[in-house]
Design a protein around this ligand. Structure first.
Ligand code: GRF
Length: 214
């Protein structure tokens, strides 16, 4: 049986005849973004919120890597950011408790793992049940885990892509909300392929946020 959200996701491209279109929520969805690296997905969300393309606002961006470019992007978009360095916590659960405290401090309703390179525990998942999105650079369920782009190239598939899904305790395994396919071209390297996947990531991540906001 499909959850309401999964049903809505299946209807993204062509809603069944007679489907009642839901009214958008009036107040912007309060997002918390987790990012570990360059933060291009975070920036895509921030830009869409600023342009009112999404009925959402990023309340806080949390990053775990002191060198993450995502922090610079947060400053550019005047979004509060918090460094929670995973090396400062003895256990994954301790980091997740710190994340929860920060998200709650900012009144976050939905969490977006936008290139968050840490495994999250049930501590965080249970604090935001079915309210955490993750973006992954493959067409799940293929190529879960790290180095998904390299995995696709090594497997010799001709099409890969990206997926936005709800986060569950099993890695890269929750219900899928949006996906985009990306062809693998002759001569592709991990870098060239990842760059084309990221163009699609920015689109489907915004699509998924619009879906959950509605
Ligand atoms: C994305 O490709 C995402 O799918 C993966 O990490 C990358 C993060 O990119 N999990 P960015 O930091 O958003 O630019």
């Amino acid at each position: 049986m499909l959850t309401q959200l999964e049903y809505a996701a299946t209807s993204l491209v062509s809603p069944p005849l007679g489907t009642k279109v839901l009214e958008p929520v009036r107040s912007p969805l309060k997002l918390g973004v987790l990012a570990s690296g360059s933060g291009s997905n975070f920036a895509a969300i921030a830009a869409a919120c600023a342009k009112d393309e999404l009925p959402a606002q990023v309340q806080v961006m949390i990053y775990n890597n002191p060198n993450a470019k995502a922090a610079e992007r947060a400053a550019q978009w005047q979004i509060p950011s918090r460094l929670l360095n995973h090396r400062s916590y003895a256990q994954r659960e301790d980091l997740d408790h710190a994340i929860i405290n920060t998200l709650q401090e900012f009144g976050v309703e939905w969490v977006v793992m936008a290139g968050w390179m840490r495994v999250v525990t049930p501590v965080l998942i249970d604090a935001f049940p079915e309210r955490i999105l993750n973006i992954h650079p493959s067409l799940l369920p293929s190529f879960r885990g790290v180095r998904a782009v390299e995995q696709a190239l090594a497997a010799g598939v001709k099409i890969t892509g990206c997926t936005v899904h709800l986060v569950v305790p099993e890695l890269d395994s929750g219900p899928i909300l949006t996906q985009a396919a990306v062809p693998i071209l002759p001569g592709d390297t991990p870098e060239t392929l990842h760059a084309r996947i990221q163009v699609q990531e920015h689109l489907i991540l915004k699509q998924a946020i619009a879906l959950v906001a509605g």
